[in-house]
Design a binder for this molecule. Sequence first.
Ligand code: PRP
Ligand code: MN
Ligand code: MG
Length: 181
Amino acid sequence: AADMGTDLERVLVTEEEIQNRLQEMAAEIDSDYHGRDLLLVGVLKGAVMVMADLSRKISSPIQMDWMAVSSYGSGTKSSGVVRILKDLDRDISGKHVLVVEDIIDSGLTLSWLVANLESRGPASIEVATLLRKPDALKVDVTVKYVGFDIPDEFVVGYGLDYAERYRNLPFVGLLAPAVYS
Ligand code: PRP
Ligand code: MN
Ligand code: MG
């Protein structure tokens, strides 16, 4: 079974750092969208924590919806071929959409998702992510709100999983190589 004590090499972003940064991002979002109806679209399952904490730091009333996508690929790497497992419940035409992600790794999932959502005619579409790995990016994706740029290493916690585990950690940690090798 997973052991939180020994499975992690070290903490990369602490709970306090995450919450402080989300507060700053929420303030930016508040000022950028003031007076506009904002729809947050969370990408299941990883974005659940970011969505819950970021949305509660936004002062204006927002709406939330969720998508679940699965990207086909070899093993843990995504390929850019994406399948919708759960679509949005509502039409987004004319809405200001902010896609909320936990991490942008290769960027392939997000780039497909943004193109898909753009084709539905939103008034605007932007992206907010807690983490981004600049060295792992394979496609250009415009991301307006980035929490932290991190090295290209195996991170878990705060929504991010390894084999569905560790999502409930309140911080982001580096997985010990022994766990996945
Ligand atoms: C992870 C993560 C992002 C995506 C980033 O989701 O939450 O959604 O991969 O990878 P990319 O930039 O290389 O496309 P995953 O597909 O593991 O599903 P999950 O959110 O349910 O864990
Ligand atoms: Mn995800
Ligand atoms: Mg995952």
